[in-house]
Design a protein around this ligand. Structure first.
Ligand code: AMP
Length: 212
């Protein structure tokens, strides 16, 4: 199972990918999390990208393709993977096709989570993220500590209202053309991202099965 999950920020990509990963035993690869880890560990990469992420813009394609090339070559990706947050541009999608073709593989499906902007803004204004492991806690919880790792919960810098608008613009301009790109390859499956995480997960499972 090699799947890409597309959708605007706050559409529930991460949550759906976490659930699919657990159920199917394949890795959930979130480029946002890889980058945030590099920032918190203050690596060279982290220092370079922090201002870009915090402004809501995208990291350059060549850098991202290097990140994903190295991650996909790890042993745990042999049986499949769920990509969350990559590709985000047509250039990245073409590079991904190239990387997979080198090892005679192709994507199985691209799930497009559809959520309107006003709902995205509502969700992002309230969500909390574990600063240690990246687990996302939806909106209406009033927790301080992560259930999974005990890390502190906080609001991501790029979930702040002044950055969210920029992220949505970037999504529309640079990432939404991927829907056409993958539709032409007959890979897109659309899922209504409104509803509880359980409902969204159920729908995603159904459409993936239907694709088999
Ligand atoms: P996410 O956690 O997927 O919302 O990603 C958070 C931020 O990381 C994005 O707003 C971008 O600044 C950066 N980022 C993550 N994935 C990519 C990518 N594939 N290409 C460029 N920038 C990315």
């Amino acid at each position: 199972m090699r799947i890409v999950i597309l959708g605007p920020p706050g559409s529930g990509k991460g949550t759906a990918a976490q659930q699919l990963s657990k159920k199917h035993g394949i890795p959930h690869i979130s480029t946002g999390e890889i980058l945030r880890k590099a920032i918190s560990e203050q690596t060279e990469l982290g220092k370079k990208i922090a201002p870009v992420i915090n402004s809501g813009k995208l990291i350059p394609d060549d850098l991202m393709v290097d990140v994903i090339r190295s991650r996909l070559s790890a042993d745990d990706c042999q049986e499949g993977f769920l990509l969350d947050g990559f590709p985000r541009t047509v250039t990245q999608a073409e590079a991904l096709d190239g990387l997979l073709a080198e090892i005679n593989l192709e994507l199985d499906a691209v799930v497009n989570l559809i959520v309107p902007d006003d709902e995205v803004i509502r969700r992002l204004s309230k969500r909390q993220t574990c600063i240690q492991c990246g687990t996302i806690y939806a909106a209406d919880y009033t927790k301080d500590v992560c259930d999974k790792c005990g890390g502190r919960l906080g609001i991501r810098q790029d979930d702040k209202p002044e950055v969210v608008g920029e992220r949505l613009k970037v999504y529309e301009k640079q990432t939404s053309p991927l829907v056409k790109y993958y539709r032409e390859k007959d890979l897109i499956i659309e899922v209504n991202g409104i509803g509880s995480p359980e409902e969204v997960f159920r729908q995603v499972e159904q459409v993936i099965k239907g694709k088999d």
